[in-house]
Write a protein that binds this ligand. Structure first.
Ligand SMILES: [Zn+2]
Length: 70
């Protein structure tokens, strides 16, 4: 069975794969940092998973009341 090598993929697919790997790496690093730092207050510029999530929540608050009902 022949496995697909990255060089066999079209350029845009290869870029997408690299981007995915890059993002996964960032998330991994953020998780590790979060574990290392433990519980702490939201710090500006902190790149741990907890602080990133908190900042995201502030920028994009979750929808409290849905406009439509099923
Ligand atoms: Zn943090």
């Amino acid at each position: 069975m022949k496995t697909t090598q990255p060089k066999d993929l079209p350029e845009n697919e290869r870029i997408l794969k690299n981007k995915t790997r890059w993002v996964m790496g960032i998330i991994d690093d953020a998780m590790d940092l979060s574990e290392k730092l433990g519980k702490h207050e939201l710090t500006n510029g902190c790149l741990c998973y907890r602080c990133i999530t908190k900042r995201k929540r502030m920028l994009y608050p979750p929808i409290k009341k849905w406009k439509y009902h099923l």
